[in-house]
Design a protein around this ligand. Structure first.
Ligand SMILES: [Zn+2]
Length: 280
């Protein structure tokens, strides 16, 4: 973005490095992975995790911009987030490359989805009031291009809303605590680099709410470990049967730490931010 070269590596994973832009603090994956290297079906969060946080995000958007709008989620997965938006009165559509997930969404939630990628998809003059996405800015091969494509599918006065993790521009000490997810995460933003991207894409921030990931990353790790040990000791013969309960408890705690506690925690270290923006 800044057309700067960098050789300052702050993190390594799976043979890839995170280099830091000296200008804006963006972390970029080096070497940049080929499209073929990235398995877009891989997902590091569990299904119940997305389910729980989807209600929180839908309520937030609804509170800020109202309902009765046509909403598209890019990367709609199994449709939990769209289902939550539908419950808040949005007319919802999904765009998702994985046809199995599209099928799940259609069967379970009766929600219609398009199969494809935002970079190349043709909506056939269909336009949306809101385009929403979660954690995709780190994955898009060219985030600027993806945003441009979204803007083309947006109605006049429409909104682009998204969640993005901010792990750049902080002490590299934090990266010892959790994996950054290379090479799937091509770009990891600092607040400065994010502002720069939005400025380049001519998106104006209307609302934003910031959550610290510190409780989630630190307490979550301990809770996860404790729960797992209990499971192992008490119910190891039944672990297959009860694994889903473990996941549910774990997801509920993760969700609380990330969005409830994280919202009121001091904004230090890694963050996750919800944005509502509008084309200028
Ligand atoms: Zn930069």
């Amino acid at each position: 973005m800044c057309h700067q070269h960098s050789s300052k590596s702050v993190y390594q994973e799976k043979g890839y490095n995170s280099l830091v832009c000296p200008e804006c603090g963006l972390l970029f994956c080096n070497p940049l992975p080929d499209i073929e290297t990235i398995n877009w079906e891989m997902d590091s969060h569990s299904d119940p995790f997305y389910k729980l946080s989807s209600y929180y995000k839908a309520r937030w958007l609804n509170k800020k911009i109202g309902k009765n709008m046509i909403l598209l989620e890019v990367g709609s997965g199994n449709g939990h987030q769209l289902h939550a938006f539908a419950q808040f009165g949005y007319e919802v559509f999904g765009l998702e490359p994985n046809y199995l997930r599209l099928g799940y969404m259609k069967n379970i939630y009766k929600i219609m989805g398009y199969q494809g990628f935002i970079e190349t998809f043709d909506f056939n003059s269909k336009k949306f009031d809101v385009i929403f996405h979660v954690d995709l800015l780190a994955h898009f091969p060219d985030p600027f291009l993806s945003i441009e494509q979204m803007k083309k599918a947006l109605k006049q006065n429409g909104y682009i809303s998204f969640e993005v993790g901010v792990v750049g521009g902080i002490s590299s000490y934090w990266y010892r605590l959790f994996p950054l997810g290379l090479p799937q995460h091509r770009w990891l933003y600092s607040e400065k680099s994010l502002a720069k991207l939005l400025q380049k894409a001519q998106l104006q921030v209307i609302h934003k709410t910031t959550h610290s990931l510190v409780p989630y990353l630190l307490i979550g790790k301990v809770v996860n470990f404790a729960l797992l040990s209990v499971m192992m000791r008490l119910v190891s013969p039944l672990i297959g049967k009860h694994a889903s309960i473990f996941f549910k408890i774990n997801s509920a705690i993760s969700n609380f730490l990330r969005y409830k506690l994280g919202r009121y925690f001091p904004k230090v270290g890694p963050l996750t931010i919800l944005y509502i923006t509008k084309p200028i």
